[in-house]
Write a protein that binds this ligand. Structure first.
Ligand SMILES: C[S@@+](CC[C@H](N)C(=O)[O-])C[C@H]1O[C@@H](n2cnc3c(N)ncnc32)[C@H](O)[C@@H]1O
Length: 160
């Protein structure tokens, strides 16, 4: 099995956040884009591609690592409007998506030190990602959770 995280993110949508990282952020009510056959879950409630989490009502504290590709902005836009949750994406800080949903809207971000080793749906951890990652917090409570998470990286308060 290929466990490398290639640059072809558009076709590699099933890479999962290491559960040990999400645990550092506390308990989540909803993961709106979870794999169909998940080896582990990040939240109490989970939507999959079969539910189409984008069309559902989101309730409570959300953890969202959106599917990579052109629809990423739709997921971040929905989380921005929801206002309560943490997202994880590649740190493509120059993009329209970042400017429209994060720089002026999120409460805080944390640039992860090093490269995350995402998990395959088989439950096996892959090699280091092909790009740096950033956590994005919406809502003061989530900004505080990110700040106090102990995840190695550089935390930035965007509401200062
Ligand atoms: C990058 S993975 C992240 C998975 C998980 N949230 C995590 O962080 O470990 C994106 C996931 O979104 C799922 N997905 C894709 N389109 C979706 C949709 N419309 N509704 C819900 N889930 C979707 C994929 O099947 C994939 O498991």
């Amino acid at each position: 099995m290929d466990t490398s995280f290639e640059r072809s993110e558009l076709t590699k949508v099933e890479w999962l956040t290491p559960p040990e990282l999400v645990r550092k952020l506390g308990l989540f009510d909803l993961d709106p884009c979870s794999p169909v056959n998940a080896p582990f879950l990040h939240a109490i409630n989970n939507y999959t591609i079969e539910d189409n989490g984008l069309t559902k009502v989101w309730e409570g504290r959300v953890y969202c690592t959106p599917p990579y590709g052109k629809d990423m902005t739709l997921w971040l836009s929905k989380l921005k409007k929801h206002g309560n949750g943490i997202a994880l994406t590649f740190a493509r800080t120059e993009t329209k998506c970042f400017f429209e949903n994060i720089w002026d809207n999120a409460d805080a971000i944390l640039f992860v030190k090093g490269r995350i080793k995402f998990y395959h749906v088989s439950g096996i951890q892959g090699a280091s990602a092909g790009a740096p990652s950033v956590f994005i917090a919406y809502g003061k409570m989530n900004a505080d959770a990110l700040k106090n998470s102990g995840i190695e990286g550089r935390y930035l308060d965007l509401k200062l």
